[in-house]
Design a protein around this ligand. Structure first.
Ligand code: CTP
Length: 396
């Protein structure tokens, strides 16, 4: 059986310690083996037993505590880590590491590890902006240590500004990305479109479709984890923005086209998972349409076929489309692949239950330009994304 990845989480003493519990819990839910080291100050905020229960491992707090095994703790923890996360990271731990001070279990373990170390800082905004702290951060960054930007907002002390611990889910995504072994899209620019587009009818009404954006968001996240620079052009969705992905929000077909054309020339891979509206309202009523006694007709006119335009302008980009079909799935998808000059198309049978729109799973057939058909069984949208990139990278 594949061994679970191990993340050593260094917890230092700041008010954001309680949020580190969420981070540990999220890592566990993603099957990560979590080992927590707490500094003495961190234990003033939360007792080690809480982290112990959530990580399901013993928590290390002291260099000289009664050894639980023969190993030297800071060396074994340093070696076992696939990724080393410090969350929350105070000015103190950043300063110690930047200056080579190793005077407790956490600082010695960081000094001894060869794993990637990620700091998630949390401190008062004036402390964070202090040139000494900033210089320490710059120094550590230049040595290959990773830093997440703190969030901004109202801090525990009442000040406003940057210095809040990044959101636990963002920390999770940063760590999961670091743990991902395949970095085969490094240096590539990947554009993904996701979600529906809308056409407005009047100030309170619009026409749209059932797309939730889940498929496109899963593709963008997979591309990010594989090392790509990702631009996600998103119609209105409720999906959480993936950490480390540039997201541009759009509403209409025309807005989506305008953004993608600006970014298209130097893109390596473009994946159009968005459910783009083919028609728009011929006229937009600036005033709310009032009800009358008769039926209402809204005239719709053809809008841009974005993918077709991209196919016509294609140079070296790999262009991927989706085909949402309710009949003759493969035949219709093949037609779209050829007509729109695509390299791959993912054929979706939208009549199937528990897959497609709004579902977390999908069942697709990937059709290649060379005429290969790769039928995938029902799987999560993230797994579909993984399979898609395997097919693209194997140049099938
Ligand atoms: N697409 C697009 N612009 C449109 C319509 C679709 O860019 N106006 C893209 C979608 O993002 C998808 C692919 O084209 O990748 C196929 O979309 P689909 O809705 O399945 O097909 P259509 O071309 O709209 O044809 P039809 O609705 O008749 O099936």
């Amino acid at each position: 059986m594949k061994k679970n990845k191990c993340v050593v989480v260094g917890v230092t003493g700041g008010i954001a310690v309680y949020k580190a519990l969420d981070v540990v819990s999220l890592l566990r839910k993603n099957n990560v083996d979590v080992r927590v080291i707490m500094t003495k100050s961190a234990t003033e905020f939360i007792a080690p037993v809480t982290f112990q229960a959530i990580s399901q491992n013993l928590v290390a707090t002291d260099m000289f505590s009664e050894p639980k095994a023969w190993e030297i703790q800071h060396i074994s923890l340093a070696k076992i880590a696939d990724v080393f996360l410090v969350a929350p990271a105070t000015a103190n731990i950043i300063g110690k590491v930047a200056n080579g001070i190793a005077d407790d279990l956490l600082s010695t373990t960081i000094m001894a590890t060869k794993a990637k170390v990620i700091f998630a800082p949390a401190m008062n905004t004036n402390m964070y902006n202090n040139p000494i702290v900033q210089e320490n951060i710059s120094k550590l960054k230049s040595l290959g240590y990773e830093f997440m930007d703190p969030d901004s907002g109202r801090l525990a002390c009442g000040d406003e500004g940057s210095g809040k611990l990044p959101q636990p889910n963002d920390i999770l995504q940063k760590v999961m990305c670091e743990l991902y072994d395949k970095k085969d899209l490094m240096g590539k620019k990947v554009i993904v479109t996701a979600g529906p587009t809308r056409t407005d009818v009047d100030p309170v009404r619009f026409i749209s479709n059932r797309s939730t954006g889940k498929m496109g968001y899963a593709i963008a996240t997979e591309a990010r984890d594989r090392g790509a620079k990702v631009l996600l052009i998103s119609g209105p969705t409720n999906e959480e923005k993936p950490y480390g992905v540039e997201v541009i929000d759009v509403i209409t077909n025309q807005e989506m086209l305008d953004v993608i054309l600006k970014e298209y020339d130097d893109a390596d891979i473009v994946i159009k998972a968005a459910a783009v509206a083919d028609y728009k309202a011929k006229e937009y009523s600036c005033q709310k349409i009032k009800k009358g006694d008769k039926d209402l007709e809204i005239e719709l006119i053809r809008d841009n076929d974005i993918l077709m335009t991209l196919g016509q302008k294609k140079k070296n980009q790999i262009l991927v489309g989706f085909a949402a079909e309710s009949q003759n799935v493969i035949e219709n998808a093949n037609g779209k692949l050829k007509k729109k000059n695509l390299d791959y198309i993912l054929a979706n049978d939208i009549t199937l239950k528990d897959t497609g729109f709004a579902s977390t799973d999908n069942k697709v057939t990937i059709i290649t330009r060379r005429g290969q058909e790769i039928s995938l069984h029902k799987m999560s949208k993230r797994e579909v994304a993984r399979n898609l990139f395997e097919v693209i990278l194997e140049k099938r």
